[in-house]
Design a protein around this ligand. Structure first.
Ligand SMILES: [Zn+2]
Length: 432
């Protein structure tokens, strides 16, 4: 083929040649692999059956497998239990291919590409980069299967944490440990939102909320006394689930990251009530901070509603409000809000809500005190996390998820972005 191409065009097409040679080497490798795997390796006459009896050697049967070298067929012993008639191939378990049609190497590749980009793009990447031809649906199935397994692995950790069987972490102490939480919507298929109200009253919801938490550490401040996040110290957990379930998930992660030996503990979030309920329940004693930028946003939005027509007055009013907020003088701020004579009943209600928001969170808004300790006062890390972990993969146009599918991919992304995927992969199956 190579020489025919050269004769025809007078040119050497290196790319065509290298792809051709790679394909040939893969086929040769697949042939070697199927012979290696078909070697008899001390097969016994019987093997334990799940029912408690012994399964007897029956015959040798072929299995097809997609490997990183391409499709492979190999022979392995098949056992049948005379008591319950259940059949099995212990070799499949040993090779980690029980009940699946892809080798571990291919499954890892599919999990990586399927968690990074759309399943269709993942399919293209596998073909171009690894010479493996699969369907987008196969990438989806395998990536979600690995993601589901990551989640099961984490659930076993969470169950241990719940029963207070956590391993005592005995590394060096953490100077400051931060926990940030936030929620973000992911578009879902219609069946996942039935009976749920949307953001617009009277309209159905099109999204479900993912709760995202991140844990990171801080050791020092810069020359201006501003906090510096420890490089590569951020780990993530997230899922579409209830606040109660998410609380345990985040608690387990915080514990793993050294919550019990942190010298200073900080929780940062916006004003969402579930965040502060979880903070009280799972992280008592932590310094609680409401994200300064969210608080400012509340004032900007309120000023737009109250003083939309009077540009000059609005400017003066917002400056006074922001000044009180930045100085942590929430009592002074509330006084300003109360002094505004609202024109309509609806506006009066809005003002009352805002007053309640600031009063409820007053002690979480003592920004000068937090700054004096060199602490972060914004939830920028979790907001970036919403983009990096969730939006870039799950919120592309035309994507609609099932909760199960979304949670599998979210679990996989959190695991990889937290730098834990290699540990999980090495450990997998051992926990079961
Ligand atoms: Zn049996």
């Amino acid at each position: 083929m190579i020489f025919a191409g050269v004769r025809k065009t007078g040119q050497v097409d290196l790319e065509a040649i290298e792809m051709l040679v790679r394909g040939s080497l893969h086929r040769a490798g697949a042939e070697i692999l199927s012979r290696l795997l078909s070697q008899p390796c001390g097969e016994t006459s019987q093997t334990p059956c799940a029912c408690g009896q012994a399964a007897q050697y029956h015959d040798t049967r072929p299995k097809q497998l997609l490997t990183v070298l391409g499709p492979v067929e190999f022979q392995r012993g098949y056992y049948v239990c005379p008591t319950c008639r259940q059949g099995q191939s212990p070799r499949d378990r040993e090779l980690d291919v029980e009940g699946v049609s892809c080798s571990p190497g291919v499954r890892r590749m599919m999990a990586v590409v399927g968690s990074d980009s759309s399943f269709q793009q993942g399919r293209q990447q596998l073909e171009l980069l690894a010479g493996i031809e699969v369907t987008a649906k196969a990438v989806e199935r395998q990536a979600e299967a690995v993601g589901g397994d990551v989640e099961a692995y984490q659930q076993s950790e969470i169950q241990r944490a719940k029963q207070l069987e956590l391993p005592e972490v005995c590394a060096s102490a953490v100077p400051i440990l931060y926990i940030e939480m936030d929620g973000t919507g992911v578009p879902v298929v219609q069946a996942e939102t039935e009976g749920r109200a949307g953001k617009v009253e009277g309209q159905p919801a099109h999204t479900r909320e993912v709760k995202l938490g991140c844990v990171f550490t801080q050791t020092s401040t810069d020359q201006h006394g501003r906090p510096v996040r420890d490089e590569a110290s951020t780990s993530y957990v997230a899922a579409i689930e209830t606040a109660a379930a998410f609380g345990l998930r985040l608690y387990t992660e915080a514990w793993r990251r050294g919550w019990s030996r942190a010298q200073k503990k900080v929780v940062i979030g916006d004003g969402a009530i579930w965040i502060w309920n979880l903070a009280e329940q799972h992280f008592p004693g932590a310094i609680q901070i409401v994200d300064l930028y969210h608080a400012r946003q509340h004032l900007w939005e309120l000023s737009a509603k109250l003083l939309a027509d009077d540009h000059k007055l609005r400017k003066r009013w917002i400056a006074r409000c922001l000044d009180r907020l930045d100085r942590g003088n929430i009592e002074g701020l509330v006084k300003i809000l109360r002094d505004v004579p609202p024109v309509t009943e609806e506006l009066a209600k809005t003002v009352t809500n805002e007053v309640e928001y600031f009063e409820r969170n007053a002690d979480r808004m003592r920004y000068p005190a937090f700054r004096a300790q060199g602490l972060f006062v914004g939830s920028g890390v979790v907001e970036a996390g919403c983009k990096i972990v969730i939006a870039t993969r799950l919120k592309s146009s035309g994507m609609f998820w099932t909760v199960r599918g979304a949670n599998a991919i979210i679990a996989l992304r959190c695991c990889r972005l937290s730098g834990r995927f290699e540990d999980y992969w090495a450990d997998r199956g051992r926990a079961a």
